[in-house]
Design a binder for this molecule. Structure first.
Ligand code: HEM
Length: 317
């Protein structure tokens, strides 16, 4: 929730695939277990369940997700580094930097596979199939907003829960699965004239927000930028010296980390965007696991975007 009453994850939204309704089920299960334990007065049950879910989520973010995505060494360096040495220095209230939302964190688009086995009975050959009309109640793809018993996810096909074949993510690189070039829907609240290609949308969004190039971001972070040769395939567009940041960070992952994780610029922006403690050098979530004070959620952690003018002012430089 951003503001009270405004749900940000909507399982019925067209781009949200079936997993989100199962996340709601998880939150309800935590709520039920808090009630069953009977340790908390009835009026505080929701707050307690919210705290448990939030802490676990943050713990997984710092100790499991980030080491995978940006590398253990970089996470440790960042956890140690002082506020003055970070690119992202919020003062009064945390916010999501535009470089994070519009470029770095969109790395996930390159990891999406063409299709998925959702469970033993339902294999969707394409994650989205633009040839299937949206009026069908249970289409043979994974668009959201369509509830049907066969659409519930068997998580053991996605995570190591016991012996079956995993559908691991694609590498982080400058290729995208074909269905993402033909999105059969528009994201809620965005203009209907949006292009069907997700890549095109990402590139346009970078332009509209006036983001600096990947090379400029690297220099501002005192990181050696990619060489022109690393971007030779876009030199005919004159993008090899000044590269749109979403593309730059994908190429960086490809060149510097063989697509196994983000490179130095993208990794830094993603790692800095993950919530940490409000005081210098203090990690949001203690290494021992959930359970200590001073998580931002407890002090009304809120997330919002800045207008483009503010974005430029607050850029990484
Ligand atoms: C099938 C999978 C996915 C689809 C269809 C999808 C689709 C989209 C669409 C349509 C947008 C809005 C684009 C625009 O017009 O600017 C978007 C934004 C975004 N996506 Fe994805 N996405 C997927 C997976 C992911 C993953 C795995 C990640 C990250 C790990 C991710 C990160 C983001 C971010 C950070 C934004 C910008 C959000 C904002 O500015 O508020 N997406 N995505």
């Amino acid at each position: 929730m951003n503001n009270p009453g405004k749900l940000l994850i909507d399982a019925d939204a067209p781009r949200d695939v079936p997993r989100n309704s199962q996340l709601r089920a998880l939150i309800n299960a935590v709520l039920d277990s808090v009630v069953a334990e009977g340790q908390v007065p009835p009026g505080e049950v929701f707050d307690e369940a919210q705290r448990i879910v939030r802490w676990h989520y943050q713990w997984m973010g710092v100790h499991e997700f980030l080491p995978h995505i940006v590398g253990e060494g970089r996470v440790k360096d960042l956890m140690r580094c002082h506020r003055e040495d970070r690119c992202y220095r919020w003062r009064h209230e945390p916010f999501i930097p535009a470089e994070f939302a519009v470029a770095a964190y969109r790395f996930g688009h390159s990891q999406v596979r063409t299709g998925y086995a959702v469970n033993a009975d339902f294999v969707a050959p394409k994650i989205f199939d633009a040839s299937i009309p949206n009026t069908l109640p249970d289409p043979n793809d994974l668009r959201g907003g369509k509830r049907a018993p066969r659409r519930f996810v068997d998580w053991s096909l996605f995570f190591e829960l016991g012996g079956r074949v995993l559908q691991i993510s694609q590498r982080i690189d400058t290729t995208l699965s074909a269905p993402l070039f033909e999105l059969p829907f528009n994201a809620p609240g965005l203009p209907s004239a949006n292009p069907a290609s997700l890549a095109q949308r990402n590139l346009l969004r970078g332009l509209v927000f006036g983001l600096p190039s990947g090379q400029d971001m690297a220099r501002a972070m005192r990181i050696k930028p990619l060489k022109s040769d690393d971007l030779g395939d876009v030199s005919h567009l004159k993008l090899h010296r000044s590269t749109t940041p979403w593309f730059y960070m994908l190429r960086e992952a490809e060149k510097c980390e063989q697509g196994k994780r983000l490179g130095p610029v993208g990794g830094r922006i993603v790692a800095e965007g993950v919530p940490r403690g409000p005081r210098r050098g203090q990690a949001v979530v203690p290494a021992g696991g959930p359970g200590l004070e001073a998580l931002p959620g407890q002090e009304g952690w809120r997330v919002h975007h800045h207008r483009p003018a503010e974005v430029r002012r607050r850029g990484v430089a």
